[in-house]
Design a protein around this ligand. Structure first.
Ligand SMILES: [Zn+2]
Ligand SMILES: [Zn+2]
Length: 350
């Protein structure tokens, strides 16, 4: 095996470089994965444009990936060379306050071994899987699942976590604000949970068409229509039982609460920068029994369910790949293209 590999490293906002670097060394409990597919993600665009507090340059980024086991540490028992695998980007410590209280998604040590942030990521020919992830969040890919499909495990795991918080009931009206990759996955889960009316809201026609293609019953273009009025019109004037916001802007957060009907649940899934404020009618929250929830990241249970959802065909991730690019040196072009909005995800094949 050669000692070097090609990789994309982030240096500073707007500067990423295609370089030859050393293949990572692995410890006794670790696994080296030869990357087969890396998916572009909205967070990668944020890192590329603005940097990220957890990313210490120069750093290989990219965190939605799948591949083949190239090497295993001497203490690794469940994985062997040549196995098809997918990993989440993190794993909880199981020892901190939040882990012990059953909230491993909020583990205080999550960011210590975060692939693509604090640990070198997957825009590279090889990626080192830290021991904690090997033990909890490295999974073998079933034969009939492709590398491209399996690479959706990480974002889908986050969506599983958020979707469970939404408490969707049979025959509910469910609005999903934002028809990017995350919103499109929420739509499929809402349908799988028996929603009678899944309503997609976005500003971009291409994404709304995708929404209808993956199972939304209705699509609202918030550029041309008032989304709150439209949702009311589609729900006999009541508003939706469940609204999931996947954008992360104050306006869409406020809209999400405004279009939630009495006794309904609003899930605020899209994250906004620290200090962002919204304004809410407290009268409605109290007298209309509203439930407003925040939700973050994933847990090993969600990661395992995510692969099962893909493997069983309950979630179809194939329509979410807009394009393939066959080389790592196209990552920058892919991220630039993603910013235009006429793309859901681009699969990079290192
Ligand atoms: Zn991501
Ligand atoms: Zn913990």
């Amino acid at each position: 095996m050669s000692k070097t590999m090609k990789a994309i490293r982030f240096y500073e906002p707007g500067v990423i470089k295609f370089e030859v670097v050393d293949i990572p060394e692995i410890g006794d409990g670790e696994v080296l994965v030869k990357t087969k597919v890396v998916l572009t993600c909205g967070t990668d665009i944020k890192i590329y444009r603005r940097g990220h507090p957890k990313v210490k340059p120069p750093m290989i980024f990219g965190h939605e990936f799948s591949g083949i086991v190239a090497k295993v540490g001497s203490n690794v028992t469940h994985f062997t060379e040549g196995m098809k695998v997918v990993a989440a980007n993190s794993a909880p410590c199981n020892e901190c306050f939040y882990c012990k209280r059953g909230k491993p998604n909020l583990c205080e040590h999550l960011s210590e071994t975060l692939i693509g942030f604090s640990a070198d990521g997957a825009y590279a020919e090889y990626v080192r899987i830290p021991e904690r992830i090997v033990r909890q969040n490295l999974l073998e890919i079933p034969d009939h699942v492709s590398f491209q499909e399996a690479a959706f495990v990480e974002p889908l795991a986050c969506v599983v976590n958020g979707n469970e918080a939404a408490n969707i009931k049979l025959a509910d009206n469910v609005v999903i604000i934002g028809a990017g990759p995350i919103g499109l996955l929420h739509m499929q889960l809402a349908r799988a949970r028996g929603a009678k009316n899944v309503i997609a809201v976005d500003l971009i026609e291409y994404r709304l068409q995708k929404a209808l293609e993956v199972g939304a019953h209705n699509a609202i273009n918030a550029k041309t229509d008032d989304p709150i009025e439209k949702v009311k019109a589609l729900t006999d004037g009541r508003g939706a039982e469940v609204v999931i916001e996947c954008v992360g802007l104050p306006q869409t957060w406020e809209n999400a609460i405004a279009m939630t009907g009495k006794a309904g649940t609003t899930v605020l899934f899209g994250g906004a920068p620290p200090g962002t404020k919204i304004s809410v009618d407290t009268h409605r929250i109290h007298y209309e029994d509203l439930t407003i929830k925040g939700i973050f990241h994933h847990t090993p249970v969600c990661v395992s369910r995510a692969l099962d959802l893909i493997s069983s065909g309950i979630v179809n991730v194939k329509p979410l790949i807009t394009r393939e690019m066959s080389s790592l040196n196209q990552v920058e072009a892919a991220l630039k293209e993603m910013q235009k909005g006429e793309t859901i995800k681009i699969a990079i094949l290192p």
